[in-house]
Design a protein around this ligand. Structure first.
Ligand SMILES: NC(=O)c1ccc[n+]([C@@H]2O[C@H](COP(=O)([O-])OP(=O)(O)OC[C@H]3O[C@@H](n4cnc5c(N)ncnc54)[C@H](O)[C@@H]3O)[C@@H](O)[C@H]2O)c1
Length: 270
């Protein structure tokens, strides 16, 4: 792993991952491609441990010419793909952008890397890796007495967001089986930590509590969610990047599954 294309690196998890990777892997250079949508912020990238090894490119993962140019220009051997539309409520109000970015954007990246790594500049499949970041929401919802999701849980996406991520997972898997592209996928539960956009559950609760506003809880608040600190997610991604089997999917979770209601009570008291 020398030249890593990170997509969506100005967002919540991507920016934490860039910070983590720069700290842990002194030999890598990171090319960070981000469209700076409402969810991406350059402020998330201040105080990187080693700015010289980070190149920011403002651009869209659906722009095939740009992706091809970056692959060649920076001799990319690893892609870590975070870029996505990520907010479930927004996907209900406007699903089209989710299909565009999450499905077409992922397809564009897969097709560009396939051509570059397997046809134009074949450098050996053992030297390259396409890692796709996904979510446990592709498995649907968890009943209160059910076991946690596993890698063999059938897909049952419930929102346009989850369906678009499920579609992208299937495309990634198909590129491994059809073309032999060395891919790995991780499906992670809900993350929390620094640089998370305040529309998401935990920062929204904290901000509302600090400002003395109502705490919004969906439905009866009894939905089960697993939670993981973002740095633990980043650590798991690096473990999979370095040791994961090509073609495999790995679930990542914190093994903590409170209901939304118990989580929000904890936040208010804390
Ligand atoms: N946040 C979570 O709890 C969670 C949990 C599991 C998996 N994930 C997955 O992790 C990834 C990152 O999630 P996040 O919470 O950091 O998201 P985020 O919304 O904070 O950041 C997404 C980033 O992608 C960029 N982006 C969006 N569309 C783009 C496009 N077309 N081209 C280039 N860049 C684009 C945005 O500008 C932003 O910087 C997503 O794939 C998401 O599905 C998130």
């Amino acid at each position: 792993m020398r030249n890593v294309l990170v997509t969506g690196g100005a967002g919540f998890i991507g920016s934490n991952f860039i910070r983590y990777l720069l700290r842990k892997e002194p030999g890598v250079r990171i090319i960070n491609l981000d469209a700076l949508t409402y969810a991406g912020h350059m402020e998330n990238l201040t105080d990187l441990p080693d700015q010289d090894r980070h190149v920011f490119v403002e651009g869209n993962i659906c722009d095939r010419d740009l992706i091809c140019q970056l692959l060649h220009q920076y001799d990319i051997d690893t892609v870590v793909h975070f870029a996505a539309e990520t907010h479930v409520d927004r996907s209900i109000l406007g699903p089209e952008q989710f299909v565009q970015t999450n499905v077409i954007g992922t397809f564009t990246l897969l097709e560009s890397t396939r051509r570059y790594w397997l046809e134009e500049e074949p450098m050996g499949v053992e030297k390259v890796r396409f890692h796709h970041i996904s979510t446990d929401e592709v498995y649907g919802s968890l009943e209160s007495d059910a076991s946690p999701f596993s890698e063999t849980t059938p897909y049952a996406p419930n929102s346009p967001y989850a369906a678009s991520k499920a579609s992208s997972d299937h495309l990634v898997r198909s590129y491994a089986h059809t073309y032999g592209l060395p891919v790995t996928i991780t499906n992670c539960s809900n993350n929390y930590g620094p640089y998370q956009f305040p529309e998401k559950f935990i920062p929204l609760m904290i901000l509302n509590a600090l400002e003395g506003r109502q705490i919004p809880v969906y439905g009866d608040g009894n939905q089960i969610r697993d939670w993981l600190y973002v740095d633990d997610h980043c650590e798991a991604i690096l473990v999979v990047l370095l040791g994961g089997m090509p073609g495999e999917t790995y679930n990542i979770g914190g093994n903590t599954q409170p209901t939304n209601f118990s989580r929000s009570r904890f936040q208010v008291r804390g």
